[in-house]
Design a protein around this ligand. Structure first.
Ligand code: NAP
Length: 248
């Protein structure tokens, strides 16, 4: 049976590395993006060039109507979903909590938390044996910030990722007898565009000395952990939150 995977935010960074590795391992891949169509198409082209199946699908994961439309397209183009990686996520500029606005928190939680919940809800409707599905696996992207708290930078982001950890454990237990495993990966500092989007393009290299392994991680190193959790080799793992952080 072909494995059908949806990767949210699959055009760049960790999501792109995950989509590419999944394509190499035989998954048919839906590559979601919100703004950067060119990056998403380039991931799709690379998967197809290797003989794999993929297509790009635009949707803002925090918008319910767009998420429903995205799933309808995945159903049509690839068939029954068997795997979901809730990777789409955002940070914001470094600010103390007493400087942050409600609008900032609403965006932070809408994308990082509600996006994960919305996409998971639609995945469960397709995967759960309770709904006539054949099971599947979900991997959520958390962050070591959920443990460390993000003080002075983005406590709101850390709190949103804490919610992702709790959601992972709760959903895992809720659907444990319905053929679905739900796990999370908590990356440390990884070399991607996300640091520039928070106004700190050199953050990953700057933080190297604070990481026990003395270097940031690569998107591929996170993708490898995600693909393991999706695979049957992780068949007894559910509700797990795996730190992949160079020891941080
Ligand atoms: P990135 O390079 O900034 O890429 C983010 C991706 O998410 C992009 O493809 C972007 O789409 C997509 N995205 C953003 N908002 C979206 C929305 N509303 N709807 C759909 N897609 C959306 O980020 P990354 O570093 O790879 O991070 C991926 C995940 O890992 C995030 O959840 C992040 O919090 C987590 N993480 C990252 C690090 C790190 O150091 N990099 C550490 C811990 C956790 P477009 O391409 O269309 O803009």
């Amino acid at each position: 049976m072909t494995q059908v995977l949806l990767v949210t935010g699959g055009g760049r960074g960790i999501g792109a590395a995950t989509a590419l590795l999944a394509g190499q391992r035989g998954y048919a891949v839906a590559v979601n993006y919100t703004a950067d169509a060119a990056s998403a198409s380039s991931v799709v082209e690379r998967i197809r060039a290797d003989g794999g199946r993929a297509f790009a699908v635009q949707a803002d994961v925090s918008d319910e109507a767009q998420v429903l439309a995205m799933y309808a397209r995945v159903d049509r183009e690839l068939g029954l979903l068997t795997a979901l990686v809730n990777n789409a996520g955002v940070v914001d500029s470094s600010q103390r909590v007493d400087e942050q606005s409600l609008a900032r928190w609403q965006r932070m939680f809408a994308i990082n938390v509600f996006g994960t919940l919305l996409c998971s809800r639609e995945a469960v409707k397709r995967m759960s044996t309770r709904h006539g599905g054949q099971g599947g696996a979900i991997v959520n992207l958390s962050s070591v910030a959920a443990q460390l708290g993000g003080a002075g930078q983005y406590v709101d982001y850390a709190a949103a990722k804490g919610a992702v950890d709790t959601f992972t454990r709760g959903l895992a237990r809720e659907v444990a007898t319905e053929g679905i495993r739900v796990n999370a990966v908590r990356p440390g500092v990884i070399e991607t565009d996300i640091h520039a989007s928070g106004g700190q393009p050199d953050r990953a290299q700057r933080m190297a000395g604070m990481i026990p392994m003395q270097r940031p991680g690569t998107a591929r190193e996170i993708a490898q952990a995600i693909l393991w959790l999706l695979s049957n080799e992780a068949g007894y793992a559910t509700g797990a939150v795996l730190d992949v952080s160079g020891g941080r």
